[in-house]
Design a protein around this ligand. Structure first.
Ligand code: ZN
Length: 259
């Protein structure tokens, strides 16, 4: 079985004491690649050092996360822009709008999100979108920016079937399914039933959102098997089929070669 973790923050300090062991456990569990979305200008050093240490396994992305958008958002955007000129990245991410934690900078979040969508189109890279309590605001912007050059993933998808249909209608957008699909009251399981596997990639969002039976502990990429198994159970197909289809989807979306 070959799996791809399309969203992990393995470069985060939560892994500083056992990163190589966590990567080995992921390899042992069949994970053949990790996609690493950036957080902000402060996380770039560790992001790139992990990418350098694990070439052809840990693939870095560049962007500023919505919860890092404050008054200095211009500096953060300039940092993102400058990094694209200096290194290879596989996506613009993670970007988006988060109105769960703090609504103070909602206008700035919208602007930074739009600017990064434009960068993705310019560089012909996919985007990794973080949407929390913000589908309305995000859809409004993507409706305006979407064109044949734009594609990507709505990561840690936990929306309704209507939200999913809106995403699928864009043409080149997928949904990232993570640990929430294993939660009893998550609601994602009922939506996943109706989602076409051709539009799905798998993710852990580690160190966050551990799936059952690891819920409450630090998450890591080896736990991807629990997510794949739950999706297989919901859809009544084999876990091998979930693995092969979602791995092909992620390979294509992020243009990963040499896996
Ligand atoms: Zn994330």
């Amino acid at each position: 079985m070959r799996l791809i973790d399309s969203h992990t923050h393995i470069f985060a300090e939560e892994f500083d004491y056992d990163r190589s062991e966590a990567i080995q456990r992921a390899k042992d569990a069949g994970v053949v690649a990790m996609v690493m979305p950036n957080i902000n200008s402060q996380s770039v050093d560790s992001l790139l050092s992990v990418a350098q240490q694990y070439p052809d396994y840990c693939f870095p992305c560049m962007g500023v996360h919505p919860t890092s958008v404050k008054n200095n958002f211009d500096d953060e955007l300039a940092s993102v822009q400058s990094w694209f000129a200096k290194a290879k990245f596989y996506a613009v991410g993670e970007i988006g709008i988060d109105l769960y934690w703090d609504k103070t900078f909602v206008e700035q979040q919208k602007e930074v999100f739009r600017q990064q969508l434009k960068m993705a189109k310019k560089f012909r890279l996919p985007v990794i979108i973080h949407a929390r309590n913000s589908f309305h605001e995000i859809f409004k912007i993507v409706d305006q920016e979407n064109d044949e050059d734009l594609g990507g993933v709505f990561h840690s998808f936990s929306g309704s079937l209507t939200d999913y249909e809106h995403i699928a209608s864009y043409g080149k957008f997928l949904v990232g399914i993570g640990g929430v699909v294993t939660y009893k009251n998550g609601g994602v399981d009922k939506v996943v039933q109706h989602i076409n596997l051709a539009n799905v990639i798998l993710e852990t969002d580690s160190p966050y959102l551990s799936p059952v039976p690891q819920r409450g502990k630090r998450n890591e990429s080896a736990n991807l098997v629990y997510i794949a198994s739950r999706i297989a159970e919901i859809k009544g197909i084999s876990v091998q089929e979930v693995a092969s289809v979602t791995t092909a989807n992620a390979t294509k979306l992020f243009s990963l070669s040499n896996l």
